[in-house]
Ligand binder design. Structure first.
Ligand SMILES: Nc1ncnc2c1ncn2[C@@H]1O[C@H](COP(=O)(O)OP(=O)(O)OP(=O)(O)O)[C@@H](O)[C@H]1O
Length: 317
């Protein structure tokens, strides 16, 4: 059963169509939702939580109908919002226990679950200090803990790496992977950073101007390309010249040579060239595609705000 399925989902505000006839279904796992600022990601999450009725169309979350079962959806789904929403004067423990109680857990179970969840997200002694003194990374962890405390089957994480430094991002991405792999909780995670989603997701849905651009497994986006990256210690240009003379399509790129694969012979020609020129081969690997290439090849939607051939502003690697 898909964890999320939408059919013709449309949300029109007076001046803008935030979602435009969106039909998509995703299976359990870690699912990325990507789109530029204003693409409709937060609107979709609010509609899926049953907090806002769509203008038209239908959707189910964990098999529950958003129009009828909003309360049951919110019981089974955790939500980590993008915006700052934590009270500064209470500790992480007090806040997460409170959220667990709000979800219906009795006092002792709420305390236990809060302690477990805060430990899972990497907050230890700090959890007794007021949240107001926390770093951005710690606050993101508290937001994540409150989304997980009632043991949901699915969590919606809206831009969980926002505002984090590279180390904080890596830690948050590791946590997201563990939520999916170790705890068996499905995740819908939004980001405008495609490289992040490539790292943690099983499946990525791309929306642009409220329309579905692509929905497929990450491996389908990152399949091996027909191009080799070759790095030699010295003599890059000599090797490039020789390959070119042998009819190989090749061009330099930084320290590397980028070589079009025209069959097994391409590998032989590189190997022979390296040996004959007495070079040291550091690497020869087949390049993989990246999710961003979807934006570079997608035709422009008639009403889409973004020019074809460009990554929409706000979406980056
Ligand atoms: N309550 C509202 N009233 C009017 N317009 C809205 C409302 N909520 C969202 N919009 C508009 O709908 C479009 C989609 O917004 P949404 O917040 O869903 O995008 P997003 O992909 O989440 O972007 P971001 O990454 O900036 O949060 C935007 O043009 C936004 O201005």
């Amino acid at each position: 059963m898909p964890i999320i399925a939408t059919q013709g989902l449309t949300m029109r505000f007076p001046r803008v169509t935030a979602l435009d006839d969106l039909s998509v279904a995703v299976e359990p796992g870690v699912v990325g939702l990507v789109g530029a600022n204003g693409a409709g990601k937060s609107t979709l999450i609010k509609i899926l939580l049953g907090l806002m009725p769509p203008t038209s169309g239908t959707a189910t979350v964990l098999g529950l109908d958003i129009a009828r079962d909003g309360l049951r959806i919110r019981e089974s789904v955790g939500f980590m919002p993008e915006y700052e929403c934590l009270p500064p004067d209470v500790s992480a423990t007090e806040f997460v226990v409170h959220m667990a109680r709000m979800c219906g857990l009795p006092p002792s179970a709420a305390r236990e679950r809060a302690a477990d969840t805060l430990r899972h997200v990497g907050l230890y002694e700090e959890r007794y200090r007021p949240i107001g003194g926390y770093s951005t990374g710690m606050r993101q962890r508290v937001k994540l803990a409150q989304a997980l405390v009632h043991d949901p089957k699915l969590v919606f994480l809206d831009e969980p790496t926002n505002g984090l430094d590279p180390a904080g991002r890596d830690e948050m991405l590791d946590l997201i992977r563990r939520i999916g792999a170790e705890f068996g909780i499905s995740v819908l995670v939004t980001s405008h950073l495609l490289g992040e989603l490539e790292r943690v997701c099983d499946h990525v849905v791309i929306i642009d101007g409220g329309k579905l651009l692509r929905s497929q497994a990450v491996e389908a986006y990152t399949a091996a390309s027909g191009v080799l990256t070759v790095e030699v210690e010295e003599g890059r240009d000599d090797l490039g010249r020789r390959l070119h003379e042998q009819g190989v399509s090749v061009h330099p790129e930084g320290r590397f040579l980028v070589v079009d694969i025209a069959g097994e012979t391409t590998y032989d020609l590189i190997r022979d060239g390296v040996a004959d020129l007495g070079l040291r081969l550091i690497r020869m690997e087949q390049r993989r595609h990246h999710i961003e290439e979807v934006f570079q090849t997608a035709p422009q939607a008639p009403s889409g705000p973004h020019a074809a051939g460009t990554v929409p502003q706000g979406v980056s690697r």
